[in-house]
Design a binder for this molecule. Structure first.
Ligand code: AMP
Length: 213
């Protein structure tokens, strides 16, 4: 069975962008727990109502909720997956192996970047509400203001949690949780670090070299 990819990295480190490039160009399935949770909020479901405040604060949603969402939306028989935004703590890392991946081969890729630059990236981030293409108003603006280059959609969304205050909390949460996750995959011998400081094409190429297919 194909190697499953686990993307690790701070908010705004480029995981989502590279995942959607791999999805389009190399036919991976992309599963983002953040996207699944935001979809629940948009639907106005009971679950969405439960997690709305937590996400707005930048804290983590409970492990039970995200694990259930992951299980419900992931079928490894469909092919190779990229897990983006999961795991966020050591218990989630263990659950991913035990409950979802079991004995399937996986590779964790850490998007290594100076966390100090992420705040600017995030507050200027906009995502096409139709096709999910990610822009940055400073570093990678759409060619025509407010219009997606890729699909022509006109809903370039500013995520609610991409404001300065929440970004700061999200970065703090990340810094306080990432080390044991890195150690976990290092011990398993399936961690690769990628320099994620360049543009998305550059990081995409680096990731392609690592996965070699
Ligand atoms: P993301 O889209 O990955 O930046 O996630 C946005 C928010 O969703 C996070 O700040 C958390 O509140 C929540 N979230 C996403 N993935 C997880 C996860 N694996 N565990 C707990 N909370 C999560």
């Amino acid at each position: 069975m194909a190697t499953q990819l686990i993307f690790l990295g701070g908010p705004g480190s480029g995981k989502g962008t590279v995942a959607s490039m791999l999805k389009n160009k190399k036919s991976y399935q992309h599963i983002s727990t953040g996207d699944l949770l935001r979809a629940e909020i948009d639907k106005g479901s009971e679950l969405g109502l439960k997690v709305k405040e937590i996400m707005a604060s930048g804290a983590l949603v409970s492990d039970d909720i995200v694990l259930q969402l992951l299980k419900d939306n992931c079928n490894l028989d469909l092919g190779r997956y990229i897990f983006d935004g999961f795991p966020r703590n050591i218990d989630q890392a263990r659950s991913l192996d035990k409950v979802v991946l079991q004995d399937v081969k996986s590779l964790a890729i850490y998007f290594d970047i100076d966390l100090g630059i992420l705040k600017d990236r995030l507050v200027n981030r906009r995502t096409c509400g139709d096709c999910g293409t990610i822009y940055n108003l400073v570093f990678k603006p759409p060619k025509k203001e407010g219009v997606c280059d890729k699909c022509g959609g006109t809903r370039l969304v500013h995520r609610k949690d991409d404001n300065e205050e929440t970004v700061e909390s999200r970065l703090k949460v990340f810094m306080s949780t990432i080390s044991p996750i890195i150690e976990y995959y290092e011990k398993k011998g399936n961690l690769v670090k990628v320099d994620a400081s360049g543009g998305s094409e550059d990081v995409f190429k680096k990731v392609c070299t690592i996965i070699e297919d």
